[in-house]
Design a binder for this molecule. Structure first.
Ligand SMILES: [Ca+2]
Ligand SMILES: [Ca+2]
Length: 209
């Protein structure tokens, strides 16, 4: 009988522990339902939004809730391509725009002078320090009015039109000197246009090969 009593006691304790564990699990589900953990939990209707505890989800139907991590950065075409070096591009891609000048301006200036040791200024009238400062803030500016252009000879960096040969423009800015005519063999990449038509709607990409 003593043995049976112990078995009964252990069974009772085991049941108590089991129920206690289940209760803790249930509590954890509620406790862990926060509005900033990047997980759709509790009664959230989106990730970290909706439900009884969090802010409403975006009414447009797009869910912008959650925690975002920057994985790529390409404000202006060709900047990372031209000025990126081994061990640099991945860091560049995950650096937020507000930190880019501090992180990369001097590196870009050095790379510019490495690419063109005779660089003095370019057709935009920018010396090496000014040009690398401008480029290191790699954010695509957009003109609210006026022409959208990477460089049309008057306006610069007010956006980028799909038909513009931005690689040639960038090469000219690096190698072309003050009037754009220096080093003519280095200011054209030999690719005049895309070989497939861009689409007319976002994201304006050409079809794959
Ligand atoms: Ca959550
Ligand atoms: Ca070209």
């Amino acid at each position: 009988m003593k043995t049976l009593k112990y078995i009964t006691l252990f069974a009772a304790l085991g049941s108590l522990l089991l129920f206690t564990q289940c209760k803790d699990d249930d509590d954890n589900i509620i406790i862990n339902a926060t509005c900033s953990d990047g997980i759709k939990n509790g009664d959230e209707t989106g990730i970290d939004c909706g439900g009884s505890m969090c802010d409403p989800c975006d009414e447009s139907g797009l869910d912008f809730s959650g925690v975002y991590i920057q994985e790529d950065q390409m404000g202006r075409p060709s900047i990372n391509t031209m000025f990126g070096t081994l061990g640099y591009r991945d860091t560049y891609n995950v650096t937020v725009p507000s930190k880019m000048q501090v992180e990369f301006q001097s590196m870009m200036e050095s790379k510019l002078l490495l690419l063109n040791p005779n660089y003095t200024t370019n057709v935009w009238g920018l010396d090496a320090a000014a040009f690398s400062t401008l480029l290191s803030n790699d954010v695509l500016w957009l003109a609210e009015t006026g022409e959208t252009t990477y460089s049309n000879g008057v306006d610069i960096l007010t956006g980028r039109a799909l038909g513009e040969d931005v690689m040639n423009t960038t090469l000219q800015l690096i190698y072309g000197g003050a009037d754009g005519t220096e080093n003519p063999g280095l200011t054209d990449d030999g690719v005049p246009s895309n070989d497939a038509q861009f689409s007319n709607s976002f994201p304006y990409l050409a079809p794959p090969f």
